[in-house]
Design a binder for this molecule. Structure first.
Ligand code: NAI
Length: 799
């Protein structure tokens, strides 16, 4: 046999990575681990332990403490005790700790990689070349941020004590994504690793000790979902950061609603992998190997839905099958293995069940001829073709090495199919035409879009989802903001509670003359403003609006569920606004400021009856300025181009979220309304606003203002009524993408609790008072950041 023939035919020999060092490390710990609390090891309060297995052979690696509420409490207390000292360090001193951790991760990288592979089942090639280097990179990058923090975020402070819950698919990497930004911004941490993969987090605890990190800054409590739940519910935690399933994310959202805890969620995905007919098919197939077979497909952003342009579908499927036949599956410590073990039996069963359901739904299942190891949890690479877009395997996250393939004809159809899930984490677009790729990328509902590449991550680039894939970003500047708050906001006083209106039968328009009320004083009746037109309320009822002295000023319609539905429909149709250029949006806003200044005196005069002359004059004057500010911002709140350490640029775009419901504050009917609605509109969202319940008659002035300012119909809709009732309808509406609620504490809690259904982004004032008259607090980036979400589009360069 010639050497050339040997190269083609030669079988792989075994190339196992040495696990001696890990065995010694486990031995040193007696194969038994306690919690890491307050800088040392602490036995679990209930004395319970659970086993963590090596999924490649189902053998026990160690027993690990099962955290109970008492352990969480001890860890939170340690984190709280460490908090002020950690924050008081100079940025440089804190930066040095993060830098030291990065160095130590590199020093122990082989131990960490082998341990990760043994606990998780992922190929050593991946843990060695991807997971652990990215962990180090994350700490280096954030060590840099600490150094710059005071210059770059002068008004911000740390949230305080942060609870972090991470999954099992990238155990140490997810830890780094959570701990590095939290520490960088001055928080202290209680982290709960996933029950299947706690070991690298415990090795990290040792790294914290070796780095001399002050006791209590990082605490690790191991355990299952109940331990996570105790952390989520602990009253002295200021923020929860979670990565895991959408189902648990939803439960966490509900559990934190009535607290002031900040929350960021990185949840599931069903990411499209779109291939156009002009794509380089060989590169595409290699990209796909990374897209769906990386980490056995247990990746939240796995390209699990293959969308192929019809003309190349057959050829592409043939190439994929050829390539699948060469994938090597087996013991993950073998350096020549492509696909390792599934993390646990329960996950393996979940994959099998979903594939069976897909086949029952009509999909064709193809798997290469492979021999799976006799022990351990393995699943072969799997291709499901002829998948119907509504099939369970096209809609649900499988979290396994299973690709569901579908076809499309046109770019428009590709976008429609791609966006046809409740998720929006990531997407891949393969095309040699930069025009097609970027045009499609811009239309995808996904936090990350990889053009002609797959699964690239970097600490400088935010990662996170749209829609039910969660909210908040990890990495980049935007990731830091998840762990900080404006200092003034953290300490702002609470607004007085607003009495919810008694459930009285509202009066009809025809029957509004209550005895004893001076009816002739009614000088105004307003209507709702929907789709650019004044509209009567569906209920036919209205509410009385009174001046500060009790005088009846007029009546405002009582909007209901149907009116909100109409408003959402109108907002969804207002594509002219969503597609308008930033320059055009700015022009419309400038024009409305101009129109407001022309009507300054009459509006101030009417408003004075409710808020007094002085405030009314100030509100109108500042409103003109505020609109000007957001007109100015409209074409300046742009993104960034990141330079990750690959041959890629990542274009970070600030995108509009979609349709946003806005509950406006009571206390400043005009200025409060515009302070919230303007930033939302300026960046291209459409709005359904509920004006101040104290003075909904402002609607009459507002619709005249916008009617004369060329704002396209439907871009802004105004529904008056009882705030508590409209808030519920907005929160529960599945076609509203985000909700801003600025009222008392109970409204903030209600907004969060009632919107768990579609996990819409919710931003509230937490019931705190905002000084709308102080532009430093009441306008600018903080508002714009909440009105947008960052999409990172990765574009490769070079040959
Ligand atoms: P999971 O969401 O239950 O677990 C993630 C983490 O949350 C773990 O640390 C777990 O202990 C903790 N947890 C569970 N219940 C909790 C609760 N009520 N409160 C607080 N923390 C809680 O994910 P699981 O069961 O391991 O996997 C199930 C499915 O979830 C997978 O098949 C996959 O589809 C999806 N998943 C998605 C991930 C992602 O990165 N998007 C990661 C892991 C799983």
């Amino acid at each position: 046999m010639s050497i050339a023939e040997k190269f083609v035919n030669m079988e792989y020999g075994p190339a196992p990575e040495d696990s001696k060092e890990v065995a010694a490390w486990l031995g040193r710990h007696g194969h038994r681990f306690q919690h890491f609390i307050g800088g040392g090891w602490q036995a679990p309060a209930a004395g319970e332990y659970f086993d963590t297995l090596d999924p490649s052979n189902a053998e026990k690696l160690a027993s690990v403490a099962q955290g109970a509420a008492a352990d969480i409490d001890a860890a939170v207390k340690a984190a709280r005790a460490a908090s002020s000292g950690w924050r008081a360090l100079t940025p440089h001193a804190r930066a040095l700790y993060l830098y030291t951790i990065a160095r130590l991760v590199q020093k122990h990288s082989r131990l960490l990689a082998v341990l990760e592979t043994m606990d998780n089942g992922k190929p050593i090639r991946e843990s060695r070349d991807i997971d652990i280097p990215l962990v180090a990179r994350h700490f280096y990058h954030h060590a840099g941020w600490v150094q710059l923090l005071e210059q770059e975020f002068p008004e911000y402070v740390a949230c305080g004590v942060v609870g972090q819950i991470i999954p099992w698919n990238f155990p140490l990497l997810m830890l780094a994504w959570k701990i590095a930004p939290a520490l960088a911004t001055g928080n202290t941490v209680v982290l709960k690793p996933a029950e299947f993969t706690p070991l690298t987090a415990l090795a990290f605890a040792e790294i914290c000790q070796e780095a001399g990190l002050p006791a209590g800054v990082v605490n690790i409590v191991t355990g299952d979902g109940s331990t996570g739940e105790a952390l989520v519910k602990h009253p002295d935690v200021d923020k929860i950061a979670f990565t895991g399933s959408t189902e648990v994310g939803r439960a966490i959202r509900a559990a934190t609603a009535t607290s002031h805890k900040r929350l960021s969620l990185e949840l599931g995905g069903k990411s499209p992998f779109i291939v156009f007919e002009d794509a380089d098919l060989d590169s595409t197939v290699e990209g796909l190997v990374d897209g769906i077979w990386f980490n056995q497909g247990q990746v939240c952003c796995a390209g699990s839905r293959l969308l192929m342009q019809e003309s190349i579908a057959e050829a592409l499927l043939a190439k994929i099958q050829d390539r699948m036949s060469t994938l090597r599956i087996g013991a993950p410590l073998d350096k020549a293995i492509d696909i390792g073990a599934i993390v646990a039996r329960v996950q393996l069963d979940r994959i099998r069940k979903l594939v069976d359901q897909g086949v029952a739904d009509g999909a064709t299942c193809w798997q290469p001829q492979v021999t799976l190891p006799a022990r351990g949890f393995y699943y072969p690479p799997t291709l499901l073709s002829n998948v119907h877009p509504t099939s369970i395997v096209a809609q649900q996250e499988i979290f396994g090495p299973v690709l569901a393939a579908m076809t499309f004809r046109t770019p428009a159809e590709a976008v429609e199919l791609a966006n046809n899930t409740v998720y929006g984490l990531a997407a891949c677009v393969w095309s040699e035409s930069v025009n097609v790729a970027l045009h499609v990328a811009a239309q995808l509902k996904a936090g990350v879009v990889w053009v002609n590449c797959t699964n690239l991550f970097d600490a400088s680039c935010g990662f996170g989802g749209y829609r039910e894939s969660g909210y908040g970003r990890e990495g980049g500047r935007e990731g830091l903001l998840e762990y900080m708050e404006p200092a003034w906001f953290k300490n702002a006083p609470l607004l007085p509670a607003v009495k919810t209106p008694a459930p009285l039968e509202p009066e009809s328009e025809e029957d509004s003359s209550t005895p004893g009320i001076d009816t002739p004083a009614i000088d105004r009746t307003v209507k709702l403003y929907i789709g650019g037109k004044q509209a009567r309320p569906d209920s036919g009822y209205s509410m009385e609006v009174r001046a500060a002295d009790g005088r009846l000023l007029g009546e405002a319609p009582l909007g209901n569920r149907k009116d909100i539905r109409n408003a959402v429909e109108a907002a969804r149709k207002a594509v002219a606004w969503a597609k308008a250029t930033a320059h055009n949006r700015a022009q419309v806003l400038y024009y409305s400021a101009e129109n407001l200044s022309q009507r300054r005196d009459e509006i101030a005069h009417r408003l004075a009856a409710v808020v007094g002359e002085k405030q009314a004059a100030a509100e109108v004057d500042l409103s003109i300025e505020r609109i000007f500010s957001y007109a100015a911002w409209a074409d300046k709140f742009d993104g960034a181009v990141h330079n990750p350490p690959f041959r890629n640029v990542a274009i970070a775009m600030n995108e509009a979220i979609g349709t946003v419901g806005v509950i406006c504050p009571r206390e400043a009917p005009l200025l409060g309304f515009l302070s919230l609605v303007m930033p939302v509109l300026a960046v291209g969202n459409t709005v359904i606003a509920v004006p101040s319940e104290a003075y909904p008659l402002i609607t009459g002035d507002l619709y005249q203002l916008f009617d004369t300012s060329d704002l396209p119909g439907g871009a802004l809709n105004i529904v008056t009524g009882y705030t508590s009732q409209l808030l519920k309808t907005l929160a529960e509406h599945d076609d509203i993408d985000a909700l801003w609620c600025f009222g008392d504490e109970a409204s903030a809690a209600a907004a969060k609790a009632m919107s768990v259904g579609n996990l819409k982004q919710v931003w509230t004032n937490e019931g705190r008072a905002i000084d709308w008259f102080n532009p430093r607090l009441a306008e600018g980036r903080w508002f714009l950041e909440h009105a947008t979400q960052v999409k990172n589009i990765w574009v490769p360069y070079g040959e």
